[in-house]
Design a protein around this ligand. Structure first.
Ligand SMILES: CC(=O)N[C@H]1[C@@H](OP(=O)(O)OP(=O)(O)OC[C@H]2O[C@@H](n3ccc(=O)[nH]c3=O)[C@H](O)[C@@H]2O)O[C@H](CO)[C@@H](O)[C@@H]1O
Ligand SMILES: C=C(OP(=O)(O)O)C(=O)O
Length: 438
C-alpha cells in the first residue's frame, strides 16, 4: 500500500498535461476487439485501469503495444478466434470494464466469461441494465460463483431497447453489441456523455452505422464486419476538473494542457460561480484562484449535460473555503459522500442528509440514501491521517491535505493511479511539498 506525506498550506502552481479519458480509452480498447484489422489509439494514459483492460484483452489473444510516453497504443485482434478460453477470474482487477467485453466476445467467439467487477465502491452499482440489454439481443446468461457465462446460440439480433436510466455503461453495452448484430437497434433513454459520442466516432471509423437523434435516442444499423480504427482519444475532462478544483482549494494557479471548453461547459459555469477564474487557450485551460473570497453554490450532479458526479469530490474541498452554505445533491450514485468523513476529520463542516436538498427530487429521495451534503465555510483545514477510499474521493483527500495547515499522511494512494496518470510526478511539478513511499 503506497502512502504520501504532505506538508500542506502551499498553493499548487504550474502546468499539467492530460492524456485521453479513462472513461473513453478503456472502452475504445474493447471496441478494437470488434475489428478484423489492427487499431491505433492515441493518447492512452499510463493508468492501472488501462493495464487491467490490456491484460484481459491479451488473455483473449489481442496483441497490444503501448508506448506510455507518447500514449500510442496498437491493438491487433486478428487472432481472437484462436485464443484459448481461460479462467480469467484472477484478472478482474479494479475495473468495471470487463462487463463491456460481453457483446464483442459473443460476436467473435459465440461465448463469453465475465469475471466479478471492480470499480469504485460508491453505491450498489448493479449491472441489471447490461444483462437486460444483452438478453434483448438474444444472449443467454448464466451466473456462476466466479462471474457470468454468456452464450448466443443464434447470434445477436438488433432490438428495440429503452433504458430506465441513461446509464453510461449500459449505453456502451448497446453500442458494442448492436454494431455487428443483425438488423436494426433503437435505444431510447441513452446516455450522451462526450465519451460516448467519442466511442460512436470510433465505431463509425470502423464501419458502423450509428445515428444520435434528439431526446436520447440512438439508432444502429447492424453491419457484417468492422475494421480497425485510428483515433486520438478525447481528453480526460474528469482529470481536468480535478486539477481545476485543486487550484481553487489551494489558492493556486494551474494550466491544464489538453483541456477543452466544449466538454467542460457545465463545470466551467460552476467553477466561475464559486469564484474561480479560468482562461481558455488553444492548447488548454488555465484555472486559478483570483485571491478574492469564494462563494457558496448549490449543485446537483446529473447525467450529461448536467454536472458530472465525478467532479463533485475535489470541488467540495474548495467549497469548505467558500463564505456560506454550499449544497451538493448527488443524483447519480446513492452512496458517494463517504469521502467527506476524512474532510470533517480535517476540520471541514459538512452535514449529510437523506433528503433531496437544493434541487429537484431524485430517485434516491425517500429511500434513506445519504445523498445530499451541506458544506459550511470557510473552515481552516488541518493535517490528518487519512486513507484513500476510492478514486475521486482519494483525489479530494490529497487536495484537502495540500490545502491544510500541517502534515497529513494519506495511505492507499495507489488507488488514485486507476484514473490519474503520473499523479505523483504532477504533484511535484506543481510545487507540492510531499514525500511518497511506493
Ligand atoms: C468507467 C466509466 O466510464 N465510469 C463512469 C461511468 O460509470 P458507469 O457506466 O458504471 O455508470 P452508469 O452511468 O452506468 O451508472 C449510473 C447509475 O445507473 C445505475 N445503474 C447502472 C447500470 C445498471 O445496470 N443498473 C443501474 O442501476 C448505477 O447504479 C448508477 O446509479 O459513468 C458514471 C456516471 O457518469 C461515472 O461516474 C463513471 O466514472
Ligand atoms: C466512478 C468512477 O470510475 P469507475 O466507474 O471506473 O469506478 C470514476 O471515474 O470516478
Amino acid at each position: 500500500m503506497s502512502q504520501i506525506t504532505i506538508n500542506g498550506g502551499k498553493p499548487l502552481q504550474g502546468r499539467v498535461d492530460l492524456k485521453g479519458a479513462k472513461n473513453l480509452v478503456t472502452k475504445a480498447m474493447v471496441a478494437a476487439l470488434l475489428g478484423d484489422s489492427p487499431s491505433v489509439l492515441k493518447d492512452v494514459p499510463h493508468i492501472s485501469d488501462v493495464e487491467v483492460v490490456s491484460r484481459l484483452l491479451q488473455l483473449h489473444g489481442v496483441t497490444i503495444e503501448h508506448d506510455p510516453v507518447s500514449g500510442d497504443m496498437k491493438l491487433d485482434s486478428s487472432n481472437v478466434e484462436q485464443a484459448r478460453m481461460v479462467d480469467i477470474d484472477a484478472h478482474a482487477g479494479s475495473s468495471r470494464i470487463p462487463i463491456l467485453f460481453c457483446g464483442p466476445l459473443l460476436h467473435r467467439l459465440g461465448e463469453a466469461f465475465i469475471p466479478g467487477l471492480g470499480g469504485c465502491e460508491i453505491g450498489d452499482r448493479p449491472v441489471d441494465f447490461h444483462f437486460d440489454v444483452l438478453r434483448s439481443f438474444g444472449a443467454v446468461i448464466e451466473k456462476l460463483p466466479t462471474g457470468t457465462r454468456l452464450s448466443a446460440p443464434e447470434g445477436l439480433k438488433g432490438a428495440k431497447i429503452s433504458l430506465p436510466y441513461p446509464s453510461v455503461g449500459a449505453t456502451e453495452q448497446v453500442l458494442l453489441s448492436a454494431t455487428t448484430a443483425s438488423g436494426l437497434t433503437e435505444l431510447s433513454g441513452a446516455a450522451i456523455e462526450p465519451e460516448i459520442i467519442d466511442l460512436i466516432s470510433i465505431l463509425q471509423k470502423m464501419g458502423a452505422i450509428i445515428s444520435v437523434d434528439t431526446d436520447r435516442v440512438i439508432r444502429i444499423e447492424g453491419v457484417k464486419s468492422l475494421k480497425g480504427f485510428t483515433h486520438q482519444a478525447l481528453f480526460d475532462r474528469n482529470e481536468a476538473a480535478s486539477w481545476a478544483a485543486a487550484a481553487l482549494a489551494t489558492g493556486g494557479d494551474i494550466f491544464v494542457g489538453g483541456a477543452r471548453q466544449v466538454e467542460m461547459m457545465t463545470f466551467l459555469n460552476v467553477f466561475r460561480k464559486v469564484g474561480g477564474q479560468f482562461d481558455i487557450q488553444e492548447d488548454g485551460i488555465r484555472f486559478f484562484h483570483p485571491g478574492t473570497e469564494l462563494q457558496p453554490v448549490v449543485i446537483e450532479t446529473d447525467v450529461h449535460p448536467g454536472f458530472m458526479t465525478d467532479w463533485q469530490q475535489p470541488l467540495v474541498v474548495a467549497m469548505t473555503q467558500a463564505q456560506g452554505l454550499s449544497i451538493v445533491h448527488e443524483t447519480v450514485y446513492e452512496n458517494r459522500f463517504g469521502f467527506t468523513d476524512a474532510l470533517k476529520q480535517m476540520g471541514a463542516q459538512i452535514q449529510i442528509y437523506r433528503e433531496c436538498l437544493g434541487g429537484n427530487p431524485c430517485r434516491f429521495g425517500q429511500r434513506n440514501f445519504n445523498h445530499s451534503a451541506v458544506i459550511s465555510g470557510p473552515t481552516p483545514l488541518r493535517g490528518a491521517d487519512i486513507r484513500v477510499p476510492d478514486l475521486r474521493g482519494g483525489f479530494s483527500h490529497v487536495v484537502a491535505a495540500l490545502a491544510a495547515e500541517g502534515t497529513s499522511n494519506v495511505t492507499n494512494v495507489q488507488l488514485i493511479s486507476r484514473g490519474y496518470e503520473r499523479f505523483i510526478d504532477k504533484l511535484g511539478a506543481l510545487g507540492a511539498d510531499f514525500r511518497f513511499e511506493a
